[in-house]
Design a protein around this ligand. Structure first.
Ligand code: 13P
Ligand code: SF4
Length: 367
């Protein structure tokens, strides 16, 4: 396969309809050589071209199971990295727009995690490998997954985090959880860990901004990171809505703040949210705390059953980075592939991929 970079300029001004036609034509030409894995937050004009959809856990499994030569990931950067790590060496993982990152994933990096690990060693007076399991949310760069692989840790997703905590505590007495404090706190709470035993670790302060005695007694250290989309949801949105609709049902993603999760009837991954609302009784009313593209699509899909699905926040909350994957970038990517040229390949260096694979495979085995 010839590798070349072809300018996106010719596609930038493509009308949407033309982009859709060219996507369909390129897909037809490539046939089974390509698979489009599409996350639930993708905009409707990209989502319509999916071969397979899912939450992060399901998409990871699908990436490890497909035989397609090209995995085109309509999602964000860490998802395409996971696809590269879990697929066969000859398969190629592609992200149609390299600027589609995850702002939460960017809140942790290897330098900060390694510094935190050294500081934990200082305070605990022991190699943290003996006392602390590092757990990274899948929304993180490949080198952080490699760090977890190397230090006896593991990856989790929004659909398996409480189970992953069980595994982690079976290995060692403490957990350093990064980068999403909210998923960590909610999962710890579900496992019965008192809130006062889960402390926020601020990586920009010495010793996470904590006193040595607090670090020693904590069960979980929660990295000070969050999702900019899910932080928009507030308990007051739920209270106001419940006053209006006392029989309504509230469902949220666990990246939402603790009080939002606590006031929800159900909490779970994007796949779980979709399944729960689709399987619910007809004529029910739902308030959903997750990204707007998913919620709008779900509302359309279930309205024929008399179900009403409403978005939790009064303002628009889209994942602006996911949104960067548009029909023009998808057309550009697929047309190049159909002509034998690979653009926007995501490759994780093998030494890093091998360690990251370890922590991902631990997760897949546990969940
Ligand atoms: P899911 O794994 O639930 O799809 O979540 C991914 C994500 O980034 C949510 O913000
Ligand atoms: Fe990252 Fe939040 Fe977007 Fe999910 S919704 S990909 S956590 S920025």
């Amino acid at each position: 396969m010839q590798v070349a970079t072809i300018s996106f300029d010719r596609f930038n001004t493509l009308r949407d309809e033309e982009a859709h036609e060219r996507i369909r034509a390129a897909k037809a030409k490539l046939g089974k050589r390509v698979v489009l894995l599409v996350h639930h937050y993708q905009r409707a004009d990209v989502y319509q071209h999916h071969d397979l959809t899912g939450d992060s856990l399901k998409l990871s499994r699908l990436a490890s199971q497909t035989d397609a030569e090209f995995i085109v990931f309509c999602g964000v950067h860490f998802m395409a990295e996971v696809a590269d790590i879990l697929s066969k060496p000859e398969q190629i993982s592609i992200l149609p727009d390299l600027a589609a990152g995850c702002s939460m994933a960017d809140m942790a990096n290897l330098a900060k995690v390694e510094r935190s690990w050294r500081e934990l060693a200082e305070v605990l007076g022991e190699d943290p490998d003996k006392l602390v399991t590092p757990v990274t949310y899948i929304n993180s760069a490949a080198d952080l997954k490699a760090f977890c692989g190397e230090h006896g840790g593991i990856v989790c997703t929004s659909s398996n985090a409480p189970t992953i905590l069980d595994w982690s505590f079976a290995q060692r007495e403490k957990i350093l959880f990064f980068p999403d404090q909210h998923l960590g706190r909610w999962s710890g709470y579900k496992k019965g860990i008192p809130l006062e035993d889960m402390l926020v670790w601020d990586p920009d302060l010495p010793h996470g901004g904590l006193e040595p005695a607090d670090i020693k007694r904590a069960k979980m250290l929660l990295w000070k990171g969050h999702c900019s989309v899910h932080q928009m949801f507030q308990p007051s949105h739920i209270i106001k809505w419940r006053n209006k609709y006392p029989d309504g049902i509230v469902i949220s993603h666990p990246e939402s703040a603790f009080e939002v999760c606590k006031q929800s009837d159900y909490v779970g991954s994007t796949e779980y949210i979709l399944k729960t609302v689709k399987d619910a009784a007809p004529n029910t009313r739902w308030l959903v705390g997750t990204e707007l593209n998913l919620v709008s699509r779900l509302a359309e899909e279930v309205k024929h059953e008399g179900k009403i699905v409403e978005f939790m926040a009064p303002m628009v909350c889209m994942c602006s980075t996911m949104q960067r994957i548009d029909p023009q970038h998808l057309a550009w990517t697929l047309e190049n592939l159909a002509e034998g040229k690979v653009v926007n390949r995501i490759t994780v260096p093998e030494h890093e991929a091998a360690l990251a694979r370890l922590s991902l495979e631990r997760m897949l085995a546990v969940s």
